[in-house]
Ligand binder design. Structure first.
Ligand code: SF4
Ligand code: SF4
Ligand code: SF4
Length: 197
């Protein structure tokens, strides 16, 4: 019989470490914990984990407030004290470790220091570096890039720009640009985009 092996909390934490941003790391971990090891036998852990996931989503998606950080600290404290087993207590320790940095506060202020949280960043073409090769436009599956490829002996092309309302912040364009002509900015600090639609 092909039974799915349940991951241990340490394995879920190790997988979560692949996320550079600690908010995403915590969200990745708590989602994995809820899908696997969390058995629901005691309230501080079960209710706390569900509530923590909701609060972490708020923060990662740019809706977070100081109340979310406060709630996460309270939840982790309650789980550490009152969870019935080591899995819940370990989860609380992981959460407190991640919460012990300034990264959560940065997100509340509109900035993801690792620029991993899509809601808090914008992708832009740097006009001075762009050679109008068109590779980014070909790579974008969301038709979010406008621009005309350069042809010899002709001028007056539409420059390459990213349509912010279509961009899903997948990062595919970054990887293909040979000139390093695409940058990821803090959305809160970015100048209003010329091409929004
Ligand atoms: S602390 Fe342990 S017993 Fe309680 S819900 Fe979490 S995993 Fe289950
Ligand atoms: S980040 Fe993704 S969706 Fe946005 S412009 Fe680049 S490839 Fe397109
Ligand atoms: S891949 Fe880079 S250089 Fe080529 S058009 Fe896009 S931004 Fe410009």
């Amino acid at each position: 019989m092909d039974e799915k092996k349940e991951l241990k909390v340490e394995e879920i934490k190790a997988a979560a470490e692949a996320q550079r941003c600690q908010v995403r790391r915590a969200l990745h971990y708590i989602s994995g914990f809820l899908e696997g090891p969390m058995c629901g036998r005691c309230f501080p852990c079960s209710l706390g984990s569900f509530e923590a996931k909701r609060r972490l989503e708020n923060i990662a998606e740019g809706r977070g407030t100081g109340a979310d950080i406060f709630a996460l600290k309270r939840i982790a404290g309650d789980m550490l004290e009152a969870s019935m087993c080591k899995k819940g207590k370990d989860t609380a320790r992981f959460m407190l470790e991640w919460l012990g940095t300034d990264v959560f506060l940065s997100h509340i202020e509109g900035r993801c220091p690792e620029r991993e949280c899509a809601a808090l960043v914008e992708y832009r073409v740097i006009p001075d570096k762009c050679t109008m090769c068109g590779l980014c436009r070909d790579a974008c599956k969301h038709s979010a890039i406008l621009g005309e490829k350069r042809k010899p002996f002709l001028s007056g092309y539409l420059p390459f720009e990213i349509r912010q309302k279509r961009c899903v912040k997948c990062g595919d364009c970054l990887g293909v640009c040979p000139e390093g002509a695409i940058e990821v900015l803090d959305a809160a600090a970015a100048e209003p985009a010329k091409v929004g639609k």
